[in-house]
Design a protein around this ligand. Sequence first.
Ligand code: GLV
Ligand code: MN
Ligand code: MN
Length: 400
Amino acid sequence: MWRDLAPIGRDAQSKGYRRYAWTPADADCRTWFKEQAEARGLTYELDRNGNQWAWLGDPTAGDAVVTGSHLDSVPDGGPFDGPLGVVSSFAALDELRRRGAQFTKPLAITNFGDEEGARFGLACVGSRLAAGQLTVPAARRLRDADGVTLPEAMERAGYDPTAIGPDPERLARIGAFVELHVEQGRALDLSGDPVGIASAIWPHGRWRFDFAGEANHAGTTRLVDRRDPMLPYAETVLAARREAELARAVATFGKIAVEPNGVNAIPSLVRGWLDSRAADQESLDQVVAGVEKAAREHAERHGVDLTVVRESFTPVVEFEHALRDELAAILGAGAERRVPVLGTGAGHDAGILSGSIPTAMLFVRNPTGVSHSPAEFAAEDDCVAGVLALADVLEGLACR
Ligand code: GLV
Ligand code: MN
Ligand code: MN
């Protein structure tokens, strides 16, 4: 499975993955998923929001145990963020069949669409729509960098976008959702464990800062006559770092758009996207308020207009304790030591769905902690340990 997926959407130069929602690379990943489902005799479904499902047992019976993740990527992402969870789900099912497991509940494997939000700017679109956390009008307004709307992109990919929206009946069939994911940090490396269980996801969001100034000639415009939006933008990036340090949070400007984007022109517009996350809401509010205050002061000083728009927000997620404890009991039974329980600053579909159904996550050790980069890595032994842990969990939840 890993070898089949490896070339899809991989950029020859950067060696990173560019699997954006509703692009040909995404279509290839989706074809792969469907083939995996069919090869195992599972019932394949594409839901109204473009999420893929592969069912063992009756999808309508209720109290289903569902596992899976996503196949899309950030720009130049690594191979593990997302695909490890989907591949491990199929591998865990193979393992359970090998063990002769008797399922008493339906089991499904999922690929949630557009988890990273790389194309339309909003993460977890597939699960947000299903859970009613993204309204249909707001989803219809989403546009990519070329102005293509989400419904247009879905249509161009051969998918009918007219039925997108809340899917409570489908979610009501699920008793538990478990997402396996490569760890995006070094907690497991430091504790010396191949697999961990998630406790919580930090609150996080994306804010767009538009600094509007005046385009002019880079050679002939006196410094005092300029309204250069790059200057307050640069000050804002530095302020974000300071505010994050103060609040023991994180804040990143990782994406920027400049107009007209000419070497010899003072920009008319600098648009920067802030991603900020913190352990608690108060700290996150403090960071964003501090960054915005600094941005306003510097914009005013340079005669630049500033607009700040919150493009997405996910409150803190505390995974359901009962399910988390059940996973810990399943994985701890017979083991020499307890499986570590850790929090994360990364967002996941499991976090979105936790508002509607009991969800839990397993993390697989990442020796460097690097993620959202081609250097993202997990050792094969640890991936196998992840598959076996997931198989144990699914057996514990769906075969009793
Ligand atoms: C998704 O991986 C996110 O945390 O932004
Ligand atoms: Mn990610
Ligand atoms: Mn992910």
